[in-house]
Write a protein that binds this ligand. Structure first.
Ligand SMILES: *[C@@H]1O[C@H](CO)[C@@H](O)[C@H](O)[C@H]1NC(C)=O
Ligand SMILES: *[C@@H]1O[C@H](CO)[C@@H](O)[C@H](O)[C@H]1NC(C)=O
Ligand SMILES: *[C@@H]1O[C@H](CO)[C@@H](O)[C@H](O)[C@H]1NC(C)=O
Ligand SMILES: *[C@@H]1O[C@H](CO)[C@@H](O)[C@H](O)[C@H]1NC(C)=O
Ligand SMILES: *[C@@H]1O[C@H](CO)[C@@H](O)[C@H](O)[C@H]1NC(C)=O
Ligand SMILES: *[C@@H]1O[C@H](CO)[C@@H](O)[C@H](O)[C@H]1NC(C)=O
Length: 732
């Protein structure tokens, strides 16, 4: 019995503990709640939060301050596929921390503070495919191989600025890698044969400064690497290039140079090394700098690579590109090239002779350069690019569509042409395109309409991002049409484009969209945004919403006299901006009379007659008579008060309810109602209950309570007395 109780208690304790742990995880990163994907990146965590269970498959703990990984931290996470721990401060990992992670495929420990790597950590990671260890502080990989259990490893990133030794056996157990990146900028010792144990590496990235080490490593990789990428090498004189000579025996098919410095002296060396490579097909230069003007020595022509077919140059900065004219030394290399990309390199001309030498060229990408109409005419000269099938001139300086088409019309094999992101602005009625053209990209070229300049042979047409109002072309072969970001009001008709399969029309001004418009067409995919599909629904929804908001505002405004307060604020602001009371010389009225339309009969007939025909007469300012037309009422009032010695308020129940608001500005500006100022005179036409005055007119209530006022008597004989008092008040 007691045993039973103990067992229940134990289960209860374990359950409670696990519940509170899950609570802890939920608190540390709320997104983990009940989710398989747990993103706790950048949460300022100091440790791995407890409660990581078997449910979680992706755990992102990157960019925190975690220092240590302990045995129990990930013990429950048996279904984890990806564990991201990069950019923390991890300096210690318990040996068995990762032992339950048998399904883990990605482990990122980069940018931490690991000073050594232990083979025991990775001992159970049988499914691991990607391991990132770069950016730590280890100087070597230990005496044996940390990777020997990683049978399924496909990519491995290694090294850091302190990494200095690679030993024999460090890569034991790895047979095949898709990608191996070694950041060895300070690598100073490499035991011969260390990398030879890997039978095949598809993409090897080397970031080395020591040329000797470089050649040692490449020597071990001659037969295993398919694509060798060299980063951050800076050789400025030819002699230094000799360490690269070993590459010429490599069986790599592709060589990339990234962030590499080239000079007129080293280019011929590199070319001659690459020419010797028996299987080199592709050369890539990315983000490199070339110091020089192309004055290369002639030996380049001596031998010719028989295998090089693909040349890619992206973002090459040539400091003196405008002096760069002499390219004839490479002409001999060109005839076998089939694909050339020169992107973002300030190319403004391809010399005709070069074009004519590109005999096998099928694909040419010259996007993001400086080609203009004239230089295109010269570059695509007669006999140039005779085999070309695809040409990319996107993001250049072309401005004349007719001329562009004419320059290219003789390219008898051209199928794909991308001239997007040029500034044509206009489109002629007739153009002269190659007869073979099937794909034309005219997106973002500022064309206002489409005309028969667009060739009938097209199967794909992109005219998105222009100013099109309609599309009425007949294109019998067209399969894909891109019309996004225009100003179309209606869809193109189906009959003129009978073979259309895909149509993109989002972000236009379509009003109606009916299926019938496309009956008979074989449109498989029409890409519309939510807005276009349900335009009427969306519009009604928006209308209803706007209406509700307005209703709310009105109700709110009515309840709290919003409009009144707004107007008063505005008037107050206006008054604040005005200078203080006008100097006395501007005073031209004895009194400004403020009264309500209801009381106009009394004011305009009785009072005006009495006061203006008195001896000496009073000069009164009445808004009907004396206000400057066209000025806002409040401005007029303020002006008139400023020009009058006194202000006479004719108060009645009606005035208070309807007109007082115009005056309840911040009259302190005029000190009208100060105790010692008697510029304000109040006349009560009828008795007013202080209670009848709305609460918000606190100033009026105050005046009524503190100032004496003149009351208009109904009895004839008392009226004489009233006038007498009023005149005295006005003169005072
Ligand atoms: C995880 O969160 C960070 C920042 O909170 C964010 O930048 C990142 O895109 C998120 N990752 C995923 C996969 O949602
Ligand atoms: C590691 O840090 C370097 C330098 O601070 C940075 O460039 C790199 O993107 C970081 N890597 C990762 C995976 O965060
Ligand atoms: C190894 O990776 C492949 C995919 O690259 C996968 O199909 C296979 O199941 C993995 N093997 C193990 C033991 O996880
Ligand atoms: C490079 O290695 C040398 C010794 O081999 C060491 O003195 C130097 O500090 C290292 N440089 C960096 C950036 O760690
Ligand atoms: C042309 O180059 C641009 C920019 O480099 C790219 O976005 C576009 O996809 C390319 N066009 C074709 C047809 O490959
Ligand atoms: C046309 O060019 C633009 C810009 O270069 C690009 O974004 C778009 O994908 C291209 N269209 C097609 C159909 O390839």
């Amino acid at each position: 019995m007691t045993a039973h109780i103990w067992r229940v208690l134990a289960i209860y304790v374990i359950l409670a503990a696990s519940l509170s742990e899950q609570q802890a995880l939920k608190q540390a990163c709320p997104s983990c709640d009940g989710s398989q994907l747990c993103n706790c990146s950048s949460m300022g965590l100091d440790f791995i939060p407890p409660g990581v269970t078997a449910k979680i498959t992706v755990l992102n703990l990157a960019h925190n301050r975690i220092k240590r990984i302990q045995s129990q931290d990930l013990q429950q996470a048996v279904n984890l596929r990806a564990l991201l721990l990069q950019s923390n401060k991890i300096s210690s990992i318990d040996e068995d921390s990762f032992w339950s992670l048998e399904k883990l495929e990605l482990l990122d420990l980069s940018n931490n503070s690991l000073a050594h790597l232990s083979p025991v950590w990775f001992g159970h990671l049988f499914s691991l495919q990607h391991l990132h260890l770069e950016g730590n502080s280890y100087r070597d990989l230990g005496q044996s191989s940390p990777f020997s259990s990683l049978k399924n490893l496909s990519s491995l990133h290694l090294g850091n600025p302190q990494f200095s030794v690679i030993r024999h056996g460090n890569f034991e157990g790895i047979e095949l890698l898709h990608k191996l990146w070694i950041d060895g900028s300070n690598l100073s010792q490499y035991e011969q044969g260390s990398l030879k144990s890997i039978k095949q590496i598809n993409h090897m990235i080397l970031n080395l400064r020591n040329g000797y080490i470089f050649s040692e490593i490449v020597r071990d990789l001659l037969h295993s690497v398919t694509w060798l990428e060299v980063r951050r090498i800076a050789f400025s004189i030819a002699a230094e290039m000799q360490v690269l000579r070993v590459m010429s025996s490599s069986f790599a098919k592709k060589i990339s140079f990234r962030q590499t410095l080239l000079t007129d002296a080293t280019v011929p060396e590199i070319v001659s090394i690459l020419e010797d490579m028996p299987q080199l097909v592709e050369l890539e230069l990315v983000d490199c700098r070339l110091l020089g003007t192309g004055q290369w020595k002639m030996e380049i022509q001596a031998k010719k690579s028989q295998t090089l077919r693909i040349l890619t140059i992206k973002k090459l900065s040539i400091e003196e590109f405008y002096l760069f004219t002499d390219l004839h030394s490479v002409e001999g290399l060109l005839s076998l090239l089939t694909r050339v990309t020169v992107q973002n390199t300030k190319v403004f001309l391809v010399p005709c002779r070069i074009s004519q030498n590109l005999l096998s060229l099928v694909y040419l990408d010259l996007s993001a350069n400086l080609l203009g109409d004239l230089s295109l005419e010269h570059s695509a000269c007669q006999g140039g690019w005779p085999s070309l099938q695809a040409l990319n001139l996107s993001q250049n300086s072309l401005s004349d569509l007719e001329r562009t088409s004419k320059s290219l019309s003789h390219l008898g094999n051209l199928i794909v042409l991308d001239i997007s992101q040029n500034n044509f602005g206009e489109i002629p009625d007739v153009c002269d395109w190659p007869k073979t053209l099937k794909y034309l990209n005219l997106s973002s070229t500022q064309i206002p309409k489409v005309t028969t300049c667009i060739p009938q042979t097209l199967e794909v047409l992109d005219v998105s991002g222009n100013n099109l109002k309609e599309f009425g072309l007949r294109l019998p072969l067209l399969k894909e049409l891109y019309l996004t970001r225009n100003q179309l009001k209606t869809l193109p008709g189906a009959a003129p484009i009978p073979n259309l399969v895909s149509l993109s029309v989002s972000r236009n001004k379509l009003n109606s969209f009916s299926k019938e418009e496309f009956e008979g067409a074989q449109v498989g995919a029409v890409h519309l945004s939510l807005m276009e599909c349900h335009r009427s629904l969306v519009v009604s929804l928006i209308c209803v919403l706007v209406f509700l908001v307005i209703l709310l505002l009105v109700a709110f405004g009515y309840k709290y006299h919003m409009v009144w307060y707004l107007r008063m604020t505005w008037a107050w602001l206006q008054a604040k901006r005005k200078p203080k009371r006008a100097p006395p010389k501007d005073v031209c009225y004895d009194a400004f009379v403020s009264y309500s339309e209801n009381d106009s009969d009394w004011v305009e007939n009785t009072m005006v007659r009495e006061l203006e025909q008195a001896c000496p007469p009073f000069r009164l300012c009445l808004h009907k008579r004396d206000f400057v037309p066209g000025k806002w009422i409040v401005d007029n009032i303020i002006d008139s008060i400023e020009k009058s010695r006194k202000t006479l308020f004719v108060l009645s129940e009606h005035f208070v309810q309807s007109e007082w608001c115009k005056y309840e500005l911040d009259f302190s500006h005029f000190r009208l109602f100060d105790e010692n100022n008697d510029a304000a005179i109040l006349v009560l036409l009828e008795p007013i209950q202080s209670k009848a005055i709305p609460k918000r007119f606190c100033k009026l209530r105050k005046i009524m309570n503190t100032k004496t006022y003149l009351e208009w008597p109904l009895e004839e004989e008392q009226q004489q007395m009233f006038w007498f008092n009023l005149k005295i008040a006005l003169r005072s």
